[in-house]
Every structure is written in C-alpha cells, then in structure tokens.
Design a protein around this ligand. Structure first.
Ligand SMILES: Cc1ncc(COP(=O)(O)O)c(C=O)c1O
Length: 499
C-alpha cells in the first residue's frame, strides 16, 4: 500500500486526512490518485502520523514516482543552463531534493540545546569579512563576554573554530610535548578522550580512574602526583556529560598546583550552567563548547589560558605538530594587538555566540546558575515521583545533566523513540558501560525552562504509564509544581528578610 493510501487508512477518509493536514480535499484526492505524497510533505507526515509513516518512506516513494527531471533546452543552450544531455547529470542526486526544514523539537538531551530566537536572528545577519573593522570590534566584545562567563581576566580567552573536541585538542596539542607525563582523571567518556589526546601528542598518560557516576577522588590524584613527581599536567572533566556528575575543579587544581603541575579543565557542560571561576580557582587552561549551557549553535569552542600557559607554549623548542592549532600562530588573529589572516573565521557563528553570551550577561551569570538549579530541582521532584532514581549522589549531581536509571524491564530505547516521535522531545541515551541503562535529561541554556520541564514530565509519565509501569499520569507535574512553589516561597521569605 502506498503512503497516500496508508494516510487514508490511518485517518479514516480523504476528508479526515485533509483536516489533519489543514488541506483542501482536492489536494489529498490528488495524492491518492497519483499514488504518492509529494516529498515536501515528508516531515509533516511523520509529525502528524506520529511516526507511523516516516519521512524517509515519503521521500523514497516520491523520488521513485517522480524522479528529478531536467527540462530540455534548445540545442545551443546558454552557458550554465542544464539540459537533459548535460553529462554532469550523471552525478546529480537520484532523489528530488527540497530545501531542508528541520522539525520543531524540544531538546532535552546532552546538547545541542534549543537556541534563543535572538541568537538565530543574529546569525542570519549579512555576512561580513573576518578582518572588517566592525567585525574586529565585535571580536573584542566577544572576548570580553567570554572572560565574564569564565570569570577571568586572562587576555588569551577566545573561541576556537571547531566543536568542543577541537578545544580539547587545542589544549593538549599546545601544552603537551612528546615525552611529557600527564595525569588524566577519568570518570566517564570524556576523560577517556583526554587520554587519547595525550597519547596522540606523544605524551605519557597516567590514568587514575573513578567509577562512572562518581566524582574524581582528590586523594587518588594526590597519590598519583606523589608517585609521579615528573608529571607536568593534570587533566580532568569538571562536569562529566556522560554521567551527570560534577567534580571539585577548585580542589583538584589546588592539588595539582601543590605538586607543580598545570591543569587542563574540560568545562564543556559546566560553563554557564554551574559555577566556573577560572581566576579564583587558578585554572591554567580551560575549554568549553558553544552548544551546551551557552545555547549557541554547535561548532565553536571557547578557551582560556593563563599567562603561565602562554609562556610555557612560547618556550617550547619543538614545533607544535598541528599548524591549525598552533597557539603562537593563532595569536596573530585573536591576540590583543594584531589581526592577520590565520584561517577564515566562521563569522556568522561568531555573531551568534556574541548574542548568546550577551543574553547571559543580561540575565547575570549567577542568575543563570540559579535558573539551572531551580529547574533541576523541579525536574528531579517530578522524575523521583515516578519512582526513577538518579545515577549520581545528590551532592555531585549536575543541574544541567540529569542521569536517571532506566527501571528494570523497561525498553530504554523505546521510551526515547516514543518521546521523540510522539512528543518531539529529545533526551539522551547512556554511553559506554551505561548504554541501555540510563536516560540523560539535559536542562541546558535556553532549553532550561519551566515549560520544558513540565512537557517532559507529562510526556514521560504518559509513555511509562502506557508501557505498564505503575505511574499515575499527572503526579510528576504535580510534584514539580510543588517544588516550584516551595522554591518561590523560600525566595519570597529571603527577599523579605533582606528588605
Ligand atoms: C564533557 C565533554 N567534553 C567534550 C565534548 C566534546 O564536545 P563536541 O561534541 O562539541 O566536540 C563533550 C560533548 O558532549 C562533552 O560533553
């Protein structure tokens, strides 16, 4: 049965299909007569049928029924106009391709997050050159906004062109010379990637491991540093996105410094969502990513380096093995005084980051941290009211990344699939040893809002209840409401006392 006929079967009649899609009946009649639904309806059909007919099915059928056809042109067609005999057509896509329109999703996974409309609007402004004086002025503002979110006065604070993984690599490539010993604290996926980076830089990793879901044990670091007095660097993840666990970045940095080692800190998930205080904690090198609590488009990695690191890199005798990432070369573009071509900066993405950071500046960094905490408390109240248990102990839980154990006998993937197909909500799966065992609910940046908390709890409650779990639909929302009410009451009392 073709997709048009299946639609009629699902909705009952052509008239009902027309109503569901807010279309004229004649249009639906035409779909049925021609035996296919035009490709431009693919995502809408998937949405309206709640995934019973997938977008891919519509696209495959439509492209088979109506392959790309190029209009024939006169014999001596002007230069550049396609003709059926154009030999280049053999390389043309087989299916008919339309402009891409992503569906509206509620993004409550480990990132990317939803993006504030102001950021999207800014991103669509006209392009300008990366050495245009107006752009250069914007770069300076961008750096000062990044210093604010990082709470640092480090002059070398800027966004690397590339995702968080590039920021990570940027730190290691510049700071780790062949033969350097690096202690890597690993308690999840991303610590593992740090080990890979050390190895690829020719360094010697010393790995100290903690259980996934537990914070990095400061005593283990202390012991490792005592045993490895020649260790030059300690690297760790502040907020492990794979487990939702937060480690004590300040204490770990203090321990490393006591033993003369510098630190590389991964703040991909923490920046903007929980306190990160580069100067107060005396962090040497730190990187983050644009698509988590900063709520920008993915593809930029804000980094910050202390003067000590800059000196360390300048003093290196060997050539840094990546041209693109060589800090000394990139300083020519992002440094304080010069603006020379290094690579073509992703200008519109940088406009977007400027706006995303401005939103945090307007909200206030502490308010942003408090917002993440408030909605985490409400989400947690709702999840726990459904009997769900957190992977991480309360004192180490990240507000922006809630890792929850999937109850025994429940098909973890099926729940995520249903949330996506029926409610348009994306949540994250477990990684590595936690695959199939946890769900990860992100509350990051612009996605961290009360409407998302409520929608998510309501959708999850109905999915779990449909699956036969003893979940009473509506209880989770009530628990979240109650948590919000208590927080409001406490805030009101605090304000009254302060007045
Ligand atoms: C803690 C952590 N570090 C590094 C990365 C890598 O960032 P990206 O995916 O932007 O390359 C991620 C991504 O989720 C992360 O969560």
């Amino acid at each position: 049965m073709n997709c048009a006929a299946r639609l009629v079967e699902i909705f009952g009649s052509q008239a009902d299909v027309a109503r569901a899609f807010q279309l004229d009946r004649a249009v639906v009649n035409n779909w049925v007569k021609s035996g296919y639904v035009p490709a431009r309806w693919a995502t809408e059909v998937e949405r309206v049928t709640q995934g019973r007919i997938s977008a891919v099915e519509i696209l495959t059928e439509a492209s088979a029924k109506k392959p790309v056809r190029v209009k024939s042109r006169p014999e001596h067609a002007p230069f550049g106009i396609l003709s059926e005999n154009d030999p280049m057509n053999q390389y043309a896509p087989a299916k008919r391709i339309h402009s891409f329109h992503p569906p509206q999703r509620t993004l409550m996974g480990p990132g990317p997050t939803e993006i504030h409309p102001r950021v999207l609007t800014t991103m669509s402004q006209p392009a300008i050159g990366y050495l245009d004086p107006v752009f250069v002025e914007m770069m300076e503002e961008l750096k000062s906004l990044l210093r604010y979110v990082y709470q640092t006065k480090n002059p070398l604070t800027f966004p690397v062109s590339g995702p968080g993984s590039v920021g990570m690599e940027y730190c290691f490539v510049n700071m780790v010379a062949p033969g350097d010993k690096v202690i890597v604290c690993q308690n999840g996926v991303f610590g593992g990637r740090m080990v890979e980076n050390v190895i690829r830089c020719g360094g010697v990793p010393v790995v100290i491991e903690d259980k996934w879901g537990e914070p990095i044990d400061p005593q283990k670091l202390e012991d490792a540093l005592k045993k490895n007095r020649d260790a030059k660097i300690v690297a760790f993840v502040h907020a492990e996105t794979s487990t939702g666990c937060q480690s004590d970045a300040k204490l770990l940095t203090q321990i490393a410094h006591r033993h003369g080692a510098m630190v590389i800190v991964d703040a991909v998930t923490s920046l903007g969502g929980t306190p990160v205080k580069v100067d107060e904690w005396e962090i040497d090198a730190i990187y983050s990513a644009s698509q988590k609590c900063l709520s920008c488009t993915p593809g930029l990695s804000p980094v910050s380096f202390s003067e000590r690191v800059v000196e360390h890199v300048k003093k290196r005798k060997d050539k840094i093995h990546s041209w693109f990432m060589d800090m000394n070369l990139l300083l020519g573009y992002w440094g304080a005084t010069t603006r020379t071509y290094h690579h073509t900066a992703p200008t519109n993405a940088l406009f977007a980051l400027h706006e995303a950071l401005l939103l945090i500046r307007e909200e206030g960094l502490e308010n942003s941290w408090a917002r993440h905490q408030r909605h985490h408390v409400a989400l947690k109240a709702g999840l726990e009211s459904m009997g769900l248990k957190y992977l991480v102990k309360p004192e180490y839980q990240l507000p922006q990344m809630n890792a929850v154990l999937c109850p025994e006998g429940v098909n973890e993937a099926e729940v995520r699939k249903t949330l996506l197909n029926e409610f348009g909500i994306e949540i994250g799966a477990g990684l590595g040893p936690l695959a199939g065992k946890i769900w990860r609910f992100g509350l990051m940046g612009y996605s961290c809002r009360p409407d998302n908390v409520m929608l998510c709890l309501s959708a999850l409650g109905s999915v779990l209840s449909d699956m036969g779990l003893p979940v009473h639909v509506g209880d989770a929302e009530a628990a979240a409401h109650d948590a919000y009410a208590k927080m409001h009451a406490r805030d009101a009392q605090r304000k009254k006392r302060a007045a």
